[in-house]
Design a protein around this ligand. Structure first.
Ligand SMILES: [Fe+2]
Length: 285
């Protein structure tokens, strides 16, 4: 449990706090806006994702994607429910969850593990709900809580569905699984229609090397604080900070997530759930 409770990155935390302090010091009105308003309105992001080699039968498949709930003292049941309701209103064919359901899940914060799983319990989709864990999630407790609510948690694992008469593989890796060889073992034997859930978009490099057609990630929070003219200072290390990216034949979508971490502020970076419509595309590298 201890390892899973470690913060994602001290540099990100320090950067977020530093940027927030600067924002409060120089543009107080904007920072107040971020605290009281911007982080409380969950938007729906609709994207069409071109997926290299996607079977024509899967063209138009609609994936609901929710990541980085970060249920905590500062991320409420109401915010979580609004995200869930927003997604369910779209009636996606399949739902995927990108990890970091809590910020801290040990000690007296352990209740948030149960709370997060219960907040997500209303999610339902014809082809199921599939999840990975983030760096803030406890391997045992969060897996048990999600599984009890009908969610399939993929920890360095792969599962196969039959969708519209074709096989679709969904693979999920642990945050700490980083080597291409370890990821290769998870996807070995997969069918061509393969989706990889990886909490951090930093795995795009390995996914591209393995010619995995589609990756879904979170972790960045879109930077959480995006300063005009400066950008997402706390997320510059990632190959894609938010939205759609592509490397060789691999497409990726990176969610800004729902909650906040380290500081309860979002600036120019509203929370989101996503409805991703797959589109068959054969001209990628
Ligand atoms: Fe996160």
């Amino acid at each position: 449990m201890a390892a899973a409770q470690k913060p994602a990155s001290f540099s990100r935390r320090d950067l977020l706090r530093g940027v927030a302090a600067a924002a409060v010091g120089t543009v107080v009105g904007t920072a107040d806006y971020g605290y009281v308003y911007a982080r409380h309105r969950v938007g729906l992001t609709r994207e069409t994702l071109r997926v290299s080699g996607l079977s024509p039968e899967l063209d138009g498949l609609r994936i609901g994607f929710l990541s980085d709930l970060h249920r905590s003292d500062t991320v409420s049941h109401e915010l979580a429910s609004s995200a869930v309701n927003r997604l369910m209103a779209e009636q996606p064919d399949i739902i995927m969850l990108g990890g970091d359901y809590v910020t801290w899940g040990g000690g007296r914060k352990r209740r948030f593990v149960r709370d997060a799983a219960e907040d997500l319990a209303p999610l339902t989709a014809p082809h199921g709900i599939f999840a990975i864990l983030g760096n803030h999630d406890d391997d045992r407790d969060m897996t048990a809580a999600l599984s009890a609510n009908g969610v399939t948690v993929l920890r360095d694992a792969r599962t196969r569905l039959q969708v519209r008469g074709v096989a679709l593989d969904i693979a999920g890796i642990r945050f700490w699984t980083r080597k291409a060889g370890d990821i290769a073992r998870v996807v070995r034997g997969a069918v061509p229609d393969l989706i990889l859930l990886a909490h951090t978009p930093s795995r795009l490099t390995e996914a591209a090397a393995l010619a995995i057609p589609l990756v879904l990630s979170g972790h960045t929070h879109g930077g959480q604080i995006v300063l005009p003219g400066v950008g997402a200072i706390a997320a510059r290390e990632f190959p894609v900070v938010q939205g759609i990216g592509r490397q060789e034949a691999t497409s990726i979508f990176v969610s800004r997530g729902v909650g906040t971490v380290y500081i309860p502020v979002r600036l120019n970076c509203p929370p989101e759930v996503a409805l991703l419509t797959l589109e068959s595309f054969t001209r990628l590298a």
